[in-house]
Write a protein that binds this ligand. Sequence first.
Ligand code: ZN
Ligand code: ZN
Length: 248
Amino acid sequence: MKMTVLGPWGGYPKAGEASAGYLFQSEGYNLLIDCGSGVLAKLQHHLSVEELDSVIISHYHPDHIADVGVLYHGRLIQSKTKYELPVLPIYGHSHDEAGFNNLGHEPYTEARSYTEEDRLELGPFSITFQKTKHPVVCFAMRITDGKHTVVFTADSSYIKEFEVFSAGADLLISECNLYADMDGSKMGHMNSTDAATIASAANVSTLMLTHLPHFGELSDLQKDAKHYFDGEVVLASTGLVWDSEEEI
Ligand SMILES: [Zn+2]
Ligand SMILES: [Zn+2]
């Protein structure tokens, strides 16, 4: 399994970069998790919009869905100019009806709902969900291709449930929107200590810190996390690839 960071930024993208977006690839299948601002431009460094097989959205904050509309445009334009593409399924929860209804523009993209009880089977991937603690309803995802497992926390403050949900994962992609001395419990975000605590309790191999803040010294996030987690800690960055067959 290969995972490529398309957008490491929380809230909004830095100049020339993107907010939340992660490309998962296995056995020729291309799955996009979240589709934030700038993600479509970054995606095309790796594959064309017509090569995408499905999309899952964690929640309906703009930094996770801003490019859903232009993704529809991309599929429409390629369908008209090249060849007719199959409808692109975009999965989202239906706790927010307006947010969910905005995902689909048929016949190019189609909104499909998931719930916390579901196990989505998409190509080689099997995905389960965990509700997070965030100002709007949001779901973390555990993604496996049968050989390797990646957990993505999406947006959340620390919840104990993450420790079981992430158990034994090869990679934990944890949001880390705050520095160690900042309390995210009311904001719906985590700091570096929270992320490392989960990684340690869940005994994951690698912790990747993402949804990065636009202030402070980012390397401090990594330094602090290393105090609480013995495994590998990496900072997400645009284009960074995690490949289950290789070391980062
Ligand atoms: Zn966010
Ligand atoms: Zn959010």
